[in-house]
Design a protein around this ligand. Structure first.
Ligand code: HEC
Length: 257
């Protein structure tokens, strides 16, 4: 080993960076560094961001409820679901408590339009040829068990309605029908087309109707007048509700005032 090579390499005549330039990607290295920001332009902490978000949600809820900023109002909003608002372009959503009969008639009208109107017509008076009227029909305003089983099972004629004998066939309307739907559509037809029973078929009664339908056997097919007369000339069991009691239109829960 020569004298020169054994000394520590202190001479600076070769530039380390230059000699390794092919190995160093200077731009990649600089992009890994934290950028220096001007004062006031530093990134916001995640916690500050989250706190702002929560404040916005609470603020929105309180303002949406109607102004008074208290946790009582917020609780009401969250627990009872009072929301008022008109979604853009949509139907007006009314969440104020309303008499249960009004809510059921309104919900029932929608089910009627979807499931029954094509045959029984929008005025509920049938078409005078194949489809009997629901207005002025004792099958509609009479015992609720019989009416519910016509809707759930369908019906095979002959049947007398409004002084005339009909001899057709109505298919079962059970598909997708919940107890609340059935209660609503029954309440609607019993209080429309000139019918005025003034009463509400409760959701519990709707459940009872579905139980009767299952008990009869889903595959039993359309029901006939003889079976209606012998087994279903009675009213559905279940809670009898005051038609004027106020409920939340969305949840159907009673609201004590
Ligand atoms: C595809 C046509 C059709 C649809 C849909 C239909 N019905 Fe009927 N409905 C009939 C026919 C036809 C009869 C008469 C059957 C007969 O002659 O036995 C009838 C009879 C009835 C009756 C007994 C007779 C009367 O006029 O009071 C009731 C009640 C009734 N339907 C209610 C409903 C309800 C409620 C819906 C919707 C949930 C509905 N129907 C959907 C065709 C239909």
């Amino acid at each position: 080993m020569s004298e020169e090579n054994s000394k520590p390499d202190l001479n600076e005549d070769s530039n380390v960076l230059e000699s390794h330039m092919d190995l160093i990607d200077a731009s990649a290295a600089s992009s890994r560094e934290n950028h220096l920001r001007e004062n006031g332009m530093e990134p916001v902490s995640l916690w500050v961001f989250l706190a702002c978000g929560i404040a916005l949600i609470i603020g929105g809820a309180v303002i949406g409820k109607g102004g008074s900023i208290s946790f009582g109002a917020l609780n009401d909003y969250v627990l009872n679901g009072y929301i008022q608002g008109d979604p853009p372009g949509g139907e007006v959503v009314e969440m104020q408590p309303k008499p249960i009969i009004d809510v059921f008639v309104k919900n029932g009208a929608k089910i009627y339009q979807a499931k029954c109107q094509g045959c029984h017509q929008s005025n509920g008076l049938g078409d005078g040829a194949n489809y009997p009227p629901l207005g002025n029909s004792e099958w509609v305003t009479g015992e609720t068990a019989a009416l519910s089983q016509i809707i759930m099972n369908g019906l095979m004629g002959p049947i007398e309605v409004d002084g005339r004998v009909w001899n057709g066939a109505m298919p079962s309307q059970a598909a997708g029908m919940t107890a609340a739907d059935l209660a609503a559509v029954m309440t609607y037809i019993r209080n429309s087309f000139g019918n005025e029973t003034g009463d509400v078929v409760s959701v519990e009664m709707g459940e009872n109707a579905i139980a009767k339908y299952k008990e009869r056997g889903v595959a039993a097919g359309p029901i006939q007048v003889a079976e209606l007369e012998s087994k279903y000339k009675l009213n559905l069991e279940g809670e009898v509700v005051d038609p004027q009691v106020k409920v939340n239109p969305e949840t159907l829960e009673k609201i004590e005032e």
